[in-house]
Design a binder for this molecule. Sequence first.
Ligand code: G
Ligand code: G
Ligand code: MN
Ligand code: NA
Length: 254
Amino acid sequence: IALASELRTALSENEFHLVFQPTVEMRSGRIVAVEALLRWRHPRRGEIPPGEFIPMAEKLGLIRRIDQWVLQAACTQMYLWDRAGVPPLRMAVNVSAHWFGQANFVDDIRALLESRRLAPERLMLEITEGAILRLGEEMERTLYTLNALGVGVAIDDFGTGYSSMSYLKLRAIAYLKIDRSFVTGLPEDSSDGAIVEAMLTLCRNLDITPIAEGIETEEQHRFLLRAGCTEGQGFLYSRPVEPEAIVQMLGAER
Ligand code: G
Ligand code: G
Ligand code: MN
Ligand code: NA
């Protein structure tokens, strides 16, 4: 309960910051995107992981303001990287169902992109299957409007939610993030192998870009590459890092 009241002031006290985990193109190893991940630096308890405070923020009705802060901070970071000479990357931002489900969600996104003079194609929004399930018809309209705007939508933690696949028929999902729980057992676990191969076939046939998560070993990388996975993320390539590290990784590459 103490932590909950401190979460209320964390925004105004500047206790949040973002780290960025690179996403690579599997064939080349080139960094093509980053995922913004929220961190709470608590003055006494130190770093608190989002797994602990995001559910709390949802219960307290704070999640929308936090998500808006994250999106603004991520867009500002893109602008700063541009100025530092970092080649344009796609920026992935996690969005909760609470905000995604709001009627004016797309207007907020459009206004933010315009204020930072960012091409919509550079932004990707990650939502979970659970969020899709909760939104119903509202979701359909939001997805189509985002598509028209040029902002890509990714399904995060694909295959772990309590959801059907019928939303894929809308043809409005640009990316599927294959959850780490299916990648961990590769290449030995034949169930994980079968599931991942099926997901990759699905992506290929629906024109969706697959992004595998939690890749930690060369063997996992090789399996996924051979099975046709386009993009990957995981400790094998990079942990989530501070913004300056992205400049060091990519600024020098030019
Ligand atoms: O960074 P870490 O692995 O601890 O993230 C744990 C979970 O918290 C991830 O699954 C991610 O989806 C979620 N998360 C991280 N950053 C954000 C954020 O800015 N907004 C929301 N809604 N969720 C986030
Ligand atoms: O739910 P979401 O996929 O948005 O969360 C990403 C989280 O997964 C981040 O908190 C990040 O720290 C974590 N993560 C990223 N890559 C790896 C990995 O290779 N192994 C493990 N164990 N965790 C990872
Ligand atoms: Mn994510
Ligand atoms: Na995920």
